[in-house]
Structure formats: C-alpha cells, structure tokens
Design a protein. Structure first.
Length: 228
C-alpha cells in the first residue's frame, strides 16, 4: 500500500491556505503536516531536508520532494490526486485557470503581498517600523489598481473563469483575504464584482473557508478592538 503524500503548510500563508482549501474540498488522500511560520519552523535543519528553499507549501511523495504551489497543483492533478472540478483535465479549461494563475503573480498577488509584508508582518515582528500613512496609502492604491483590473478583466461571470469555482478563485481570494490582518476590506461600492465574488467563494467553499481563516479573523478582530 502506497504512503500518503505529505503536505507541509501554514494557514497564515495565503498560498498554503489556498492549496489546503483546494485539497480539503477535493477530499484528497493527503497527510497534513503543519509548519509554524510564527515559530520559524521553516528555517530548521529538519525542514530544510523537506524543502531546500525552506518555504511553504511543500509536498513529499515517497522520495520525491516538491515546492511551489502551482507546480504542486499540476503534479497532484497529473497523478489523479487533485479535484478535476477545481483544476480541469481538458486542455482549454485548464489553460484558462492557468492563465489567471500566471497573471496574478505580478498583479494581485504581488500587491497584496507587499501590503501584508510592510503593513503587518514586518512591523509586528519588529523587522521594520510601521509605515507612515503616505506609504500605507501607496500600498492600498496598488492593491486597488489590481482589484480594478480583476473587476474589468476577470469577473464577467460568477467566478474567475466561468460559472464554476476553480483553484484560481481559491488562490486569488486567499491573497485578498490576507489583507484583513492590515485592517483592509474590499469596498463594496468601489469594487462590487470583487466583493460579491469573495462572498460567492466563501459560500461555495465553506465550512473549510472559515476554518482556514480562523487565525486571521481572530487577529483582525483583536486589532480592530485595540483601535477602539
């Protein structure tokens, strides 16, 4: 009997969280192995043997070690261990999902990552001081430029590439939801399509969606209360 594939993740990481959600929805035969980024467990010698890049997520399939979220999705799909509804087998349908996954790297993912890093992660860990208001505003403007592009280019239907949820929606929404830690929420008036899409993704992926965001929602509420 073959051993389960091991999946190393932390739900604080948006890409780890997105892949975790996709695997849960597909009821994939996976052994879940949490790695605490907050404790810097990804930097240990033990984890370096799992992933030489010392980042999350990663998988181990027997003697085969693999990192990079999109590559992991393709690998699992090719082995028949990823939900075909989330990552289709047909060439054209998969290409549409891949199109977004490649597009988002230097757009919504980059903008959200920079805001999260400079607006929350670095300050809370004492790596850098809290940015000045004008810096925060510049980070928000970059995020909203890309939210505008999503409204214009990707949300003509219920989901990013049609009427059905795919891993593109899961990973894209995960990046945006990360900004709750920065006390940022998508403006329903400025970005009505994005706001409705985020709710649609939540409704379609629950109960796992809310479970995945437990830590982020708790920290977000604590930060909001502290400001009162």
């Amino acid at each position: 009997m073959s051993k389960s594939i091991k999946f190393y993740y932390d739900l604080l990481s948006p890409i780890s969280r997105g892949l975790w959600l996709g695997l849960k929805l597909g009821n994939s035969p996976i052994e879940y192995c949490p790695i605490a980024l907050r404790k810097f467990e990804q930097l240990t010698d033990e984890y370096k043997k799992i992933n030489r890049f010392q980042k999350l997520p990663a998988i181990v399939d027997g003697d085969f070690h693999l990192s990079e979220t999109i590559t992991i999705i393709r690998y699992l799909s090719d082995k028949g261990k990823f939900d075909e509804k989330l990552y289709p087998k047909s060439v054209e349908a998969r290409a549409r999902v891949d199109e977004f996954l490649e597009w988002q790297h230097l757009t919504i993912r980059l903008a959200c990552s920079l805001y999260f890093r400079d607006g929350w992660l670095f300050p809370i860990n004492g790596i850098a001081p809290k940015p000045k208001p004008e810096k925060i505003q510049a980070l928000i403007e970059e995020v909203e430029t890309n939210l505008g592009l999503m409204e214009l280019l990707w949300l003509e239907d219920d989901f990013l590439v049609g009427k059905n949820l795919t891993i593109a929606d899961i990973l894209g929404s995960s990046q945006i939801n990360q900004l709750r830690l920065c006390q940022y929420r998508v403006d329903e008036v400025k970005f009505p399509k994005v706001a409705k899409w985020l709710e649609r993704v939540r409704d379609t992926t629950n109960p796992y969606h809310d479970e995945a965001l437990t830590f982020i929602n708790r920290k977000s509420k604590q930060a909001a209360a502290a400001k009162l």
